[in-house]
Ligand binder design. Structure first.
Ligand code: GLA
Length: 384
């Protein structure tokens, strides 16, 4: 729904105009996956798909939310939010409100009308988009401000404490700092962010494999634990290591005997993925799309073989994409275990490559993939 129709719907619902309109995008991670919670680097960009929220304060202390996408409503007093007891989508909304209150922010009762154009559970950060959007909407109604890094951390706490996924900060930082036409290099330790323009001669295509993200949260939490266990063992050799980010390829080579075979693979992914992410950023700065694409292909192999966070059908889709004329690189993106693939393709070949990949994939697997042209859209913000 566009902003005009959202405002009309809001008016019809509440008999008043919204005070605030918030845009909160989704993101696609171009490279650097499963590095953020190891204090490493990631290179995402915001999408033109995302969450749109119309909001207005109420005189009472009720939080009344209508999610248009599933046409469900939630109506709860701010004094009894109990987010963990609510249905899934409601947990994000109530969770943000509850944590804002716990942090001492006085938020008013509100009507929130939420619409989303993001595919759900596909690895494009529909949850972070919702969390960050609701935060900005409620804070704006409360006439309060919060810096984006603090907001990202608060929304990450929703994932940890209310949803039960021990995610890093990649998604929330990307949503909060996205810039049209640019990718972001996120340093997930210092939270410093640098931007680089997307290549002019290439296009980003995001393809939803239609493979449900089975094991997404359990597999994700398990990977985190494996990384933590490996770190502990390596800290016995070098107590100054704070995270897997600090592990050099040399240290890994000499000390890998201390790790189990699984841990060796996990650490090898993190160490090599950090290096690839840097190299990709450098490639963006020099406009070297070919090299960028080659690094994406390497990243996929590493996620598939070492991190084991891909899925069989997604590997088939990536394989088809990588063999398609004009494609420079393709990889699974985001948390993994299903979901979306991101493809870098020469601009002139983008449309035909997209069609070819979707058709080939349907022939090989019977799955119907959906492709989106991914231009980097604007980051989180209020609209006038
Ligand atoms: C999910 C998490 C992020 C990040 C990615 C993998 O999207 O929410 O924090 O760990 O997976 O890179």
């Amino acid at each position: 729904m566009d902003t005009y129709h959202l405002q009309m719907t809001f008016h019809a619902w509440t008999n008043a105009a919204p005070e605030v309109l918030v845009w909160s995008p989704g993101r696609v991670n171009l490279i650097g996956d499963h590095t953020d919670y190891n204090d490493g680097w990631a290179l995402p960009m915001t999408l033109e798909m995302g969450t749109l929220i119309a909001a207005r304060a109420r005189a009472d202390d009720v939080l009344h939310t209508w999610a248009l996408r599933m046409n469900e409503q939630d109506n709860v007093p701010l004094t009894a939010l109990q987010p963990t007891a609510a249905p899934m989508w409601v947990r994000y909304v109530r969770g943000v409100a509850a944590l804002l209150q716990a942090e001492g922010y006085r938020i008013p009762g509100a009507n929130l009308l939420i619409d989303s154009t993001l595919p759900l559970r596909s690895g494009l950060s529909s949850s972070a988009s919702l969390e960050m959007g609701v935060s900005l909407a409620l804070l704006t109604l409360a006439r309060q401000t919060m810096d984006r890094r603090t907001m990202a951390r608060l929304c990450q706490r929703v994932e940890h404490e209310i949803i039960g996924v021990r995610s890093g900060l990649l998604d929330q930082l990307a949503v909060g700092f996205g810039e049209a036409g640019h990718a972001l290099l996120l340093d997930c330790r210092t939270l410093e962010i640098q931007i680089a323009p997307l290549p002019e001669n290439a296009r980003i295509v995001v393809i939803d494999s239609a493979v449900p993200r089975t094991l997404a949260s359990s597999g994700y939490n398990q990977r985190r634990s494996e990384c933590a266990a490996a770190l502990q063992k390596l800290q016995q050799v070098d107590p100054t290591l704070q995270a897997l980010r600090d592990v050099s390829p040399e240290l890994l080579a000499t000390e890998q005997g201390r790790l189990s075979a699984v841990e060796q693979r996990r650490v090898r992914h993190v160490v090599s993925e950090n290096a690839r992410t840097f190299a990709s950023y450098a490639a963006l700065q020099t406009g070297d799309s070919k090299h960028f694409g080659a690094l994406m292909n390497e990243s996929h192999a590493s996620l598939r073989d070492d991190y084991e966070s891909s899925a069989v059908m997604v590997d088939v889709l990536v394989d088809i994409a990588q063999r398609t004329t004009g494609v420079l690189g393709a990889r699974i993106t985001g948390g993994g275990f299903g979901g979306c693939v991101v493809v870098l393709v020469e601009a002139a070949a983008a449309a035909s490559a997209q069609t070819h990949i979707v058709e080939q994939y349907a022939t090989s697997t019977g799955y119907r993939a959906t492709a989106y042209q991914g231009t980097a859209g604007a980051g989180l913000g209020t609209l006038s």
